[in-house]
Design a protein around this ligand. Structure first.
Ligand code: GTP
Length: 324
């Protein structure tokens, strides 16, 4: 089976960091978000096709430098084609069925089991669903017998939500669904293609443990906690020369002598956290500097950002090269 991963979004909710770094390459618990999504794929996947657009060159360069167990190919859109148009654009040569994954969902999901369920039920599609307290920002499924999806509403008013089971952004489709997507223009798979597909049999696959759409600063940090708690953030602990609890994931050489780390921190390569400084529940990207006695909590520091000595940064997103 092949897998398509949609990687073409602008990541507007994570600006200003996404002006410099595409959302999928933001490190979360020690590796780019995209790689946590790829980790969910079964070992026997033949090929991964990344449908790229925004900052396609950066994504292409990263995946070439960081190969995985399956071949990864990138196909860039000249103009954003949306989730359906992006899929249609890479349709040539897809397997039957194929996986379709969003690149920003950080979850515990057994996609091998989902594939078995898909084959057993025999519909045109199987979509992972996750139960949330507030389904309003998501696509929400109405479920019938055998978890057949009998209705699907995008971003409903709370009173109109048919359930609390939302589209988790991980799915399997038969090739025939590609015929339901018009070519050559932007198409939302969820809004334009899905409603017509339901009559052909689309089933839900309920996820149990955790799931997060890592599209906003708060959610990316929550996703990082979930991944660390699930031991998907590497060995943890704190880097040599530093103090504190961790877990801390380091992605390359760092200079952190005399610094203190609380829980859930990712440090990119060539990060400096000076003596007396503290970092907790944050993502500190490549080349950033946290000066002496500064404190960073609940924040995402873009590449080469700087927090000046003694300053406090809490709940902030700093752009590439920004100073606080
Ligand atoms: P925001 O701008 O913050 O809403 O983020 P986003 O652009 O990533 O949008 P959203 O979270 O709704 O996207 C869901 C998934 O579809 C993500 O994996 C996106 O990368 C992907 N995606 C969104 N639009 C496009 C597109 O036009 N083309 C492709 N190939 N992928 C897309």
């Amino acid at each position: 089976m092949k897998a398509v991963v949609l990687v073409g979004g602008f990541g507007t909710r994570l600006r200003p960091v996404t002006y410099a770094v595409p959302k999928q390459l933001i490190p979360v618990a020690g590796q780019p978000m995209l790689y946590h999504v790829l980790d969910l794929l079964p070992d026997d996947v033949e090929e991964v096709v990344l449908a790229t657009g925004y900052k396609a060159d950066l994504i292409d360069a990263y995946v070439r430098a960081h190969p995985r167990r399956w071949p990864i190919r990138t196909v860039a859109e000249a103009e954003p084609l949306g989730t359906g148009g992006g899929l249609k654009h890479v349709a040539a040569g897809l397997s039957d069925p194929f996986f379709l994954l969003n690149s920003d969902v950080l979850a515990s999901a057994d996609l091998t089991e989902m594939r078995a369920v898909h084959v057993a039920r025999g519909g045109v599609g199987t979509m992972a669903l996750f139960e949330v307290d507030d389904p309003q920002p998501y696509g929400v499924a109405a479920l019938g017998p055998q978890d057949r999806i009998i209705g699907f509403v995008e971003k409903p008013d709370p009173k109109d939500a048919p359930s609390r089971w939302i589209n988790a952004g991980l799915s399997i489709w038969q090739r025939e669904v590609l015929d339901a997507i018009p070519g050559g223009r932007a198409v939302s798979f969820e809004r334009e293609a899905m409603p017509g597909l339901l009559a052909k049999g689309v089933y839900g696959f309920r996820l149990a443990r955790y799931w997060e759409d890592a599209g906003t600063p708060e959610r990316i940090l929550r996703a990082q906690q979930l991944l660390f708690d699930d031991h998907r953030g590497g060995p943890g602990g704190v880097p040599a020369g530093a103090r504190g609890t961790g877990p801390v994931a380091t992605m390359g050489p760092v200079s952190v002598g005399g610094a203190t780390f609380g829980k859930y921190v990712t440090l990119g390569t060539d990060v400096t956290v000076a003596a007396g400084a503290e970092v907790e529940n944050s993502i500190v990207m490549d080349g950033s500097v946290v000066e002496r006695d500064a404190r960073v909590t609940g924040s995402v520091l873009g590449p080469r950002a700087r927090v000046r000595a003694g300053h406090r940064v809490s709940g902030q997103v700093l752009a590439e090269g920004a100073e606080a």
